[in-house]
Design a protein around this ligand. Structure first.
Ligand SMILES: *Cc1c(COP(=O)(O)O)cnc(C)c1O
Length: 395
């Protein structure tokens, strides 16, 4: 069957909420993807920053097979060992206190918002608390997560959304201060904005927000769905800043391909928010995805993924900086670790991404004008050289 007819059948069956690239992917090996016609692609997208270990990792495949032969789903009415182990590993990696497993990043945001609202409610009994979120942020498409997503175009058709959401400019502390009221219960932001265009938090901004939260007992919710799990060279990007969240969300590379997310609470929040009956999920924390997430933490240690990212990042940065120097339409590189963006000026980013695909390179865009580089964390210098070669052909 030709890829053309697969695409036509897919468009017949699947609701068209995505403008997809004309490629039907079939399988992956290492950091390469292959389509149904056997064409090879070097992958600098990782399924949107998910497949941190690349494809076909043996230990990863083994745990999937082993757990699939034991038990996939228990419901949360019972205990299961993989959830306990994955939870312990996530807490050890973050230094936080309690975890709730979800099925996605969006659902993790929903839980984080509920935990913050409950914390504030227990404090003063009011039900009109406000949340400050950032412009150009992305937190998901469900009604709660969408309410705190700083993109009016995404929000508008679905209003009214959650009341009491105020937007501030990311990396502008004055604009955050302007939005603070007596009712503010939480400030939500990505440590490194992803979809909005790869903007790392500014150190001083970040410190001031943390101090403001401490002073007023506002909860700091950090969305680590995209920038977490080793992508920046730290397990969680906030660890690079020496600042701790009250609530953290993660997903994407937490499962490296199986659908799992989590919201994680520090002690203060865990002891004063959600209790029995406040929140739930049928699938969340099931033994299948948790066995995989637990193994992901093990593989990160065995394969020294964090050290590798820290070691290889300067090479990628240097190669991208060279492109900025060389090409007038590339105006800036920014990012942290293996989460990098090149700002494109005066040319549509989508055209470059399409050209790159033709040349066997998977890239993604971010925001309106940024080429995004979020490869599997296991890439080598040779892969980076090859990416640069294929990218140059696409300019
Ligand atoms: C992808 C993403 C989400 C949403 O996660 P899903 O798993 O798609 O629901 C939330 N926040 C950030 C920062 C993301 O990049």
């Amino acid at each position: 069957m030709s890829s053309q007819s697969y695409m036509e059948r897919a468009e017949q069956a699947v609701l068209h909420t995505y403008n997809r690239y004309p490629v039907v992917l079939d399988h992956g090996k290492g950091v390469y993807l292959y389509d149904v016609d056997g064409k090879e692609y070097l992958d600098f997208g990782a399924g949107i920053a998910v497949c941190a270990l690349g494809y076909s990792n043996q230990a990863y495949k083994d745990v999937i097979r082993e757990q699939s032969e034991k038990l996939l789903q228990t419901s949360n009415l019972f205990y299961n060992v993989p959830a306990m182990e994955a939870g312990e590993k996530l807490l050890r990696a973050s230094g936080m206190d309690k975890v709730f497993f979800t099925n996605s990043g969006t659902e993790a945001m929903e839980g984080a918002i509920k935990a913050a609202k409950k914390y504030a409610y227990l404090k003063d009994g009011h039900t009109d608390h406000e949340i400050i979120a950032m412009q150009h942020s992305f937190h998901g498409r469900s009604m709660g997560a969408l309410s705190v997503t700083g993109n009016a175009h995404y929000r508008e058709p679905f209003e009214p959304l959650l009341p009491g959401i105020r937007f501030a400019e990311f990396n502008d502390f004055g604009s955050v201060l302007e939005q603070v009221t007596e009712k503010t219960c939480a400030i939500i932001m990505e440590t490194v904005q992803g979809e909005g265009g790869i903007y790392p938090a500014d150190k001083t901004f970040f410190r001031k927000v943390r101090e403001l939260c401490d002073e007023k007992d506002i909860l700091l919710i950090l969305d680590e769905v995209q920038c977490g799990m080793g992508r920046t060279g730290y397990m969680f990007a906030w660890q690079a800043y020496g600042i701790e969240p009250d609530i953290m969300t993660c997903a994407k590379a937490l499962g490296c391909g199986v659908p799992i997310g989590a919201f994680v609470l520090n002690r203060k929040t865990a002891e004063n928010s959600l209790v029995s009956g406040d929140h739930g999920t049928t699938y969340g924390g099931n033994p299948f995805v948790c066995a995989v997430a637990g193994k992901v933490f093990d593989i990160f240690e065995e394969e020294k993924i964090l050290e590798h990212v820290q070691k290889i990042t300067p090479y990628l940065e240097q190669k991208l900086n060279q492109l900025v120097e060389e090409y007038d339409f590339l105006t800036e590189r920014r990012g942290m670790g293996l989460m990098q963006g090149l700002v494109v000026s005066g040319r549509p980013v989508g055209e470059i991404v399409s050209k790159a695909l033709e040349n066997g390179l998977v890239l993604m865009s971010a925001g309106a004008d940024v080429l995004r580089f979020v490869p599997p964390l296991v890439i080598t210098e040779e892969h980076i050289d090859e990416m640069i070669r294929r990218l140059r052909m696409s300019f």
